[in-house]
Each structure stands twice: as C-alpha cells, then as structure tokens.
Design a protein around this ligand. Structure first.
Ligand code: OOG
Ligand code: NI
Length: 448
C-alpha cells in the first residue's frame, strides 16, 4: 500500500511546470526561446534516430521536453538554509560548490537538483542558487546598510513555511497540500515591481555592484532565467536573431564536437523593467534574461582536469566574435579525444552499460566486458552531465550584469562558510556519476 503522500518527483514536476508557465507570462521572449528549442530538437531527433538509445527513447524525449534549469540569488545564510528545506520537499538536493569570486562576482553557489536516475528521468529540474558574499565587498558602511535591509524581509510566505514543517512531520504531503505547496513556493520566485528600498538607495547599491542591487533591493529572489535544453545549441543561437532575440556574443563552454562533453550555454540580454521605489520614484531594473544549454558527457576528475587545462590554454583577453572563438577553442580542444571508445578507455568520462536485447544466456564478467561490448552483447551510452561550470556561469552572470567587477577581490573560495550557511555539506557531483556507472555495471552482474 502506498502512503498516500504525493511522490516528491511529482511535486518537483508540478513546480517546474508552474514556474515555466509563470516565466512565460512574465518574460514573453522565454516563450519564443522554448518554441525555437522545440523546433530544433524535433529536427535533430528526426534527422538522427540514434540521438538517444532505442530502449529508452520515449522516456528521454519526454525528459527533454520538460527539462530546464533556473537561477536565483540569495542575500543571507538564513534564506539559503530555508531554501534548502523548500527544495528538499521536491527532492532537490545541493550538489557541488561554485566559487564565482575569481571572476569578479561576489557570490558562491550550489545547484539544487534531483540525484537519482529515476528522479532525473522524471524531471531533472535544477536551480543554480547563489549566496551574496558581503565579506568580499570592501565597504563597511555599505555592508551594514545591506544587512539592515536584508534583515527586514522574509522571502517565504508564512504558509510555505508551515507546509515545510507539515511535510517534515508527516513524512510527505497529500495531493491538496502538494498543490498548495507549489503555489506558495512559487511566490518566492515571482517578480516584484515594487522595490524594498528608495530609488536613492537602489542607485547607491547599483553603483557598488549591480549584483548587490539585484539581490538586496527586492522582496524576493526573482527567478532570473529559465533555461531549456537543446540538442543543437549552435543552431538555436543562429535562429535567435530571426525571432527578435539578441544572443550574447559567444557560446560558453567547450566547442562543438562529435561527442558533446559537459555543458555549452548561451544567453540573451536581460529585460529593462519598470520599478516603483518606496519613495514613489519610478525607475527601471535589469535582471531577467533567457538562456539555452546543450548537455553532453559527464567527465571524470581526470577528464575534468583536462577540460580545465584546455580552457585556460584557450583563454584570451581579447573579445572574439563567436565564430572565431569557436574555431580557436576547437583547435585547442583537438587534444581532447572525441570518440566514445577512447574517452572510455582513457577514463575521461562516465558511461552507462546495458545488456542489449541479444542472447541473454552469456554471463558478463569484468573480464569479458570489452569483448561483450565489441560483439554487441553490451551497449555503452554516455552519462549526461547534470551540473554547471563555474567559468561558464561567471560568463552568464557577466553577460547580464554588464561585467562590472570593480569592487571585488580576486578568487577566494570558502566552501566551509557556504556549507555552514546551507546547514549541510554539498554533495560531490563526481560521486553521483560514479554511482550511476557502478549501478549499471551491477545490473550486468559486475559488482566491483
Ligand atoms: C546564475 C548564472 C549561472 C548557469 O547556467 O551557469 C547559471 C545567475 O546569473 O544568477 O545559471
Ligand atoms: Ni543558467
């Protein structure tokens, strides 16, 4: 007998869909972007039937149609701790630590996301969640002012706080409570035309750092973008201008490859939106934008080290047009093997192993695994990267913050502080991919 509580994956699915509907209504360009992504994905899927492996084609196409990530920026440790509980109700857990201070953005972050294979398949909704690091701002008076402003706001509705407690006590939510939870949780992510401060304070904070103004001056951490996943990011980037959307110049991440790795991303510029300030002055604020992503193979630590090294090698201070940038990247990334066999042999990425439909009487062992792959008894498929990239994330931040980096120190990670604010340690992403790979081998009967 099931407990009568709604499955957490279903709550996340409802939430992610409600969020997408809200963002489409608030930011019409996001709806246009969804349309282009759907078109391009359908074209890729119809041209290349091998895009996803056959056994799971339907499931994966379904996952693709609901897949998106979002981002929010929080002001205080207490906000982050409650956010952890809120996402926890939906089966989203903090994975990874991202330090963006190196790129001049005074935040550190984690990604709340589902972690099991089944949960990811149902709806992989993730939220990149940053916490402002006031200690990196070299202005004591400003820090105090910000603390006072932030202490006076509550970004959560009283009812969502109650539902978090009810969920904890009951061990779940019933159908009606789940719907109510989704409605109430959504309030935290909504856009507010009404600021928390006067225009004068807003301008003062803006001058210190655009990011601080965005985090501090509003009633809540408005979702600042939602990002659908495309199977061909270069094609979507090309089509954006024909649909009235201006993308940022370069695509972040690795170059286009035969076998995509990690994550490629591009965004379009934020909207300029009318704001009412507490002194009744009218002004505008630029915060919300759109983004697309293409996901590829999850890399092992060794693969990731190679990626990081090549990325540094490719970095220049010159701003290049996307085409030149991509050509330059491609040259340097020629050093990164681009066939699945080599990627696997050199242990650069994680893979999922399965028995194919053929003769099932043969026992598969560690010793005959390669042979079984060679003769088609076992199929191998890349495990998709479910996380983010700090350098790319910094590029996305800067594309809509205007690259204002003046008042910030150089790179300065502090995972311990972040975890103290969060109230737990973040989950190590590599461990999760290792588990997925090991699980697939265990299903074949290979357990060590
Ligand atoms: C978050 C930027 C990072 C990504 O996809 O890398 C991000 C932000 O601008 O708040 O969303
Ligand atoms: Ni993003």
């Amino acid at each position: 007998m099931s407990s009568g509580w709604v499955n957490v994956d279903s709550i996340r699915d409802r939430f992610s869909k409600a969020m997408s509907a809200m963002y489409q209504a608030e930011v019409p360009q996001y709806g246009t972007l969804l349309k282009i992504v759907r078109e391009v994905n359908n074209e890729v899927l119809s041209q290349d039937s091998g895009t996803f492996i056959k056994q799971e084609h339907e499931q994966q196409v379904n996952r693709l149609s609901v897949e998106r990530h979002g981002a929010i920026r929080l002001g205080t440790a207490a906000e982050l701790a409650t956010m952890r509980e809120l996402f926890g109700v939906m089966g989203m857990h903090p994975v990874g630590y991202y330090d963006l201070s190196a790129a001049g953005v005074p935040v550190h972050a984690t990604a709340f996301r589902p972690v099991t294979e089944t949960a990811l398949q149902i709806n992989p909704f993730r939220v990149f969640t940053s916490l402002l690091r006031l200690e990196l701002i070299d202005n004591e008076a400003l820090r105090q002012q910000v603390n006072v402003i932030l202490a006076a706001r509550d970004i959560f509705t009283p009812r969502v706080r109650e539902l978090i407690v009810i969920n904890e006590r009951q061990g779940g939510l019933n159908d009606q409570q789940a719907d109510e939870f989704v409605r109430e949780a959504l309030e935290t992510f909504r856009w507010h035309h009404q600021a928390l401060v006067s225009l004068e304070t807003y301008n003062a904070l803006l001058q210190q750092h655009r990011l601080i103004a965005d985090v501090v001056c509003f009633w809540g951490p408005h979702i600042n973008h939602l990002t659908p996943r495309t199977l061909d990011i270069d094609e979507v980037q090309k089509r954006m201008p024909f649909n009235g959307i201006t993308p940022k110049e370069t695509i972040e991440g690795p170059p286009r490859r035969q076998n995509p790795i990690l994550l490629r991303q591009t965004s379009f510029k934020a909207l300029n939106e009318a704001i009412h300030f507490t002194d009744h002055a009218a002004g505008t604020h630029t915060a919300r934008f759109g983004e697309i992503e293409q996901r590829g193979l999850a890399l092992t630590r060794k693969g990731r080290a190679l990626y990081d090294r090549l990325l540094i090698e490719a970095s220049t201070t010159e701003k290049a047009a996307n085409l030149n940038h991509q050509q330059h990247l491609a040259q340097i990334f020629a050093a990164f093997p681009d066939d699945l066999h080599t990627l696997r042999q050199q242990k650069l990425g994680y893979f999922r192993y399965r028995r194919s439909a053929q003769d099932s009487s043969i026992q598969i062992t560690r010793d005959n695994l390669e042979q079984s792959i060679a003769n088609g008894l076992v199929t191998v498929e890349p495990i998709v990267y479910e996380d983010f990239l700090p350098v790319s994330a910094a590029g996305i931040f800067q594309s809509n913050l205007g690259g204002d980096t003046s008042s910030v120190n150089s790179g300065n990670p502090n995972q311990q502080d972040f975890e103290k604010a969060l109230g737990r340690a973040v989950i190590d992403e590599f461990g999760l991919y290792e588990e997925l790979e090991a699980l697939s081998l265990a299903k074949l009967g290979i357990t060590h």
